[in-house]
Design a protein around this ligand. Structure first.
Ligand code: FES
Ligand SMILES: [Fe+2]
Length: 349
């Protein structure tokens, strides 16, 4: 069974999917969570179970700074999760309603994503000042993505992550005419990887700018691909004129299913007109990754033993080592020691 890493920020939804006054039900790492946006624009995340009689709070509505349960109208403050009103009480009742709480998850809106922090323990109060920073995409400040799409992957987070970082499936899975055409042509790739905090990266290098889309960014274009726990992949193309980025976040829904958030950012002017086309291409490309894991599930349902080979699957091996070390560091109550060493990886694709 897949282990799900806690004490991390996870993408809960694209910010564009959460309108003012809206409540959205999510399941993240097996937990029912309601995400909402107040009319003042602030976002919040609460455990999606009313502590009174258990109905999910997302069936209710937002009133000012509270969520109101649809069953008996109990209200919960969106900042603290504390109960602020029980309509059925009379002045003669002496129930201390502020002691009734729903767990409130730390929640932030950054660069067009709503992030929710999933702690180790939802029984304990969270000290907001001790939270790790929300992962941000360098080079883009407060920019929101030009394209942001969500995909449901019928597999655990591990298969989703290693499928997305896998350099050898391209010629077999991504066969759209606009991506590559004609017979498969393999070349030996040789690339330097090195550790970064909580992960590893393809060390930035300058690409040959023969392909037209890269030329949009300038005459010199470098690429950097960063992978970081729990399941974040950031691919940045830096040209001498403009920058573009593909950001992928995998959020486990539960042990068996995952949600994949794919966003594209760019600073190139005028590309806004191409948004509908880029959206279609993103759906097609990620749809290919999603469809291949559906086929894979047919085999995985028999729990076969699997293989990871060098060097094409070395990144997948690193992912599991990073996960293992993270879980060990939590268990031993010590800081995380990145187990990855700089190394050149070679494969044909
Ligand atoms: S179940 Fe929510 S108020 Fe009663
Ligand atoms: Fe892929």
């Amino acid at each position: 069974m897949t282990s799900l890493l806690r004490n991390f920020w996870y993408v809960a939804t694209s910010a564009k999917n959460l309108k003012a006054g809206q409540l959205v039900a999510k399941k993240m790492l097996g937990e029912p969570i309601v995400i909402g946006r107040r009319t003042d624009g602030e976002v919040f995340a609460l455990r999606d179970i009313c502590p009174h009689r258990g109905i999910p709070l997302h069936h209710g509505w937002i009133e000012d700074r509270s969520v109101c349960c649809c069953y008996h109208g109990w209200k919960f403050d969106t900042d603290s999760g504390r109960c602020s009103e029980i309509p059925s009480l009379t002045p003669a009742d002496n129930l201390d309603i502020s002691r009734i709480r729903v767990f409130n998850y730390p929640c932030r809106e950054i660069q067009g994503h709503i992030w929710v922090f999933i702690p180790l323990d939802t029984k304990r109060e969270i000290n907001e000042t001790q939270l790790p920073p929300v992962p941000t995409i360098p080079d883009f400040g407060k920019t929101t993505p030009g394209v942001a799409e969500t995909f449901h992957f019928a597999c655990d987070v591990d298969q989703a992550v290693i499928g997305l970082m896998d350099p050898a499936h391209g010629p077999y899975v991504h066969t759209s005419w606009w991506w590559r055409s004609g017979p498969r042509q393999f070349r030996v790739k040789e690339k330097l990887y090195e550790p970064v905090p909580m992960g590893f990266r393809l060390a930035p290098y300058e690409m040959p700018v023969s392909a037209k889309p890269y030329k949009l960014l300038g005459n010199k274009v470098s690429i950097e691909i960063i992978f970081q726990l729990p399941s974040l992949r950031t691919e940045i193309l830096r040209g001498d004129r403009y920058v573009a980025c593909a950001f992928t976040a995998v959020t486990p829904i539960d042990e068996n299913t995952s949600e994949v958030y794919q966003s594209l950012y760019w600073t190139v002017p005028g590309v806004g007109l191409l948004k509908p086309l880029l959206r279609i291409l993103t759906r097609q490309f990620m749809g290919q990754d999603r469809d291949v894991v559906i086929k894979q599930q047919e085999g995985l349902s028999y729990s076969p033993s699997l293989m990871l080979i060098d060097d094409a699957d070395t990144q997948a091996k690193w992912y599991f080592r990073l996960k293992q070390e993270y879980e060990k560091s939590v268990l031993e109550n010590r800081s995380f020691q990145n187990p990855i060493e700089p190394r050149i990886l070679r494969w044909r694709s």
